[in-house]
Design a protein around this ligand. Structure first.
Ligand code: ATP
Ligand code: MG
Length: 406
């Protein structure tokens, strides 16, 4: 019998439950990961003990009553954390989103039956080995994502499973079984029932997967449904979007997705997806910077830095460098170098870097706030255009000059 290297803490939790007469197994993603030879990030334990009974068994450990209603308690053994959930059946679904009720049950098989895919419906403990009622191990070995039971029904119960299937296909590089894929092609409009936050969370993981290109192109209709801005692209631009997503580093995946949509398109899509403001702003800035006419001459680089600052500008360059169709790679590489140089020498491209400030102007007798702003901008421009240097003595003299005060 194949043994998987469960951490000792997980074994202790399972054995403790069993010592009290309960059934207990590692379940779901962690078992799948071990079968694939990966080390899991988190551990789920499934048991027939009711949440209150689980809490009673672990009196000497830290127990957090995470979701008593759904049957989940979290047990901490030092830094090891496991979620322990009571065997349950999900009641009827009326909204393709969450079950109307959950019902605890005594049988492991019932609990595994409610899980989304065969690869996620595996349970394991050292005494009994794998509990595999739905062919999950075979499906992992052949790299197949397959719904437990009738795919159409499972997606109509909870449409997020559609996106989970696509996310796993992208991240694990698995294929989707025909019956499951067909149910996705017909069932994806049900995703309208799923909250934007949950969709965006899955989407971000999906974009980072090694097979993002394959999934984005094979299930184009799903993504155009979720993000109408993508639906407005030409076939060529859509395909190239998928290519960009697959090429760019993880921090640029979302920017890559909206590369052909423009900053406006990215903005409306990200608002709709309930992206946090910081991400939305960063992505839109990067995409806007990509639409600039770029040149690697120093003055132009300083102007770009003034408008976009260095981090978004460097990201925009990295993004465009992945666009092997369009980009002038030599110019972009030079521009990247020029910008790194400007930043490392702390060269001046914004007001806050000027060797003089508002108080200096006030001391020189200029009190009108608007005029102060105008003069500082004028000086900055002179520096960027390389007509004066950012030297305090020079600049103070320049301020004394009466011309500047008009
Ligand atoms: P990962 O944590 O790597 O994203 P996972 O499979 O562990 O993958 P979780 O969201 O942590 O995913 O869920 C744990 C388990 O709960 C899954 O393996 C699956 O058995 C079950 N599960 C999660 N979401 C659903 C769902 N929407 N429908 C049915 N079962 C689900
Ligand atoms: Mg998990």
């Amino acid at each position: 019998m194949m043994r998987i290297p469960l951490p000792t803490e997980a074994v202790r939790i399972i054995d403790t439950l069993k010592a009290h007469g309960y059934k207990a197994y590692a379940v779901g993603g962690c078992v799948r990961d071990f079968v694939m030879g990966h080390t899991p990030d988190d551990y789920d334990i499934t048991t027939d003990a009711l949440p209150e009974q689980t809490a009673e068994v672990f009196t000497d450990a830290k127990v957090i009553k995470t979701g008593i209603k759904h049957g989940t308690v979290t047990v901490m053994l030092n830094s090891f954390k496991a979620e322990i959930t009571t065997f349950r059946i999900d009641g009827t679904y009326t909204d393709s989103r969450h079950p109307d009720e959950v019902v605890f049950c005594p049988e492991l098989k019932e609990d595994l039956k409610r899980r989304d895919f065969t690869m996620n419906a595996l349970a394991y403990n050292h005494d009994e080995g794998f509990m595999d009622f739905f062919g999950g191990i075979d499906d992992i070995n052949s790299g197949t994502i397959r719904c437990v039971g009738e795919a159409e029904i499972r997606f109509s119960e909870d449409a997020l499973r559609i996106l989970r299937a696509l996310r796993f296909a992208s991240v694990l590089g698995f294929d989707i079984a025909d019956s499951t894929a067909n149910a996705i092609y017909t069932g994806y409009p049900l995703l309208a029932n799923i909250s934007a936050e949950r969709i965006f969370t899955e989407l971000k993981k999906l974009l980072c997967g090694k097979e993002a290109y394959t999934v984005l192109t094979r299930f184009k209709d799903v993504f155009c449904f979720l993000i109408p801005e993508l639906g407005r692209l030409s076939d060529e631009d859509y395909r190239h979007t998928a290519f960009m997503v697959s090429k760019v580093p993880a921090v640029l995946k979302i920017s890559g997705l909206f590369y052909h949509c423009g900053a406006q398109g990215a903005h409306s899509a990200l608002k709709r997806l309930k992206s946090d403001n910081k991400t939305t702003h960063e992505v839109c800035t990067i995409i806007e910077a990509c639409s600039e006419k770029l040149s690697d001459c120093r003055v132009d680089a300083l102007k770009l830095l003034n408008k976009y600052d260095s981090a978004p500008m460097l990201y925009a360059i990295d993004l465009m460098l992945c666009d092997t169709n369009q980009s002038d790679c030599r110019m972009l590489t030079n521009l990247r170098q020029v910008i790194t140089d400007i930043v490392s020498h702390n060269e001046c491209y914004k007001i806050s870097q000027l060797a003089v400030n508002g108080s200096d102007l006030i001391n020189a007798g200029i009190t009108d706030g608007k005029l102060i702003g105008k003069i500082l901008n004028f000086i900055l421009n002179e520096i960027i255009e390389n007509r004066v240097s950012n030297n305090r003595e020079h600049l103070l003299k320049l301020i004394q000059n009466s011309d500047i005060k008009r």
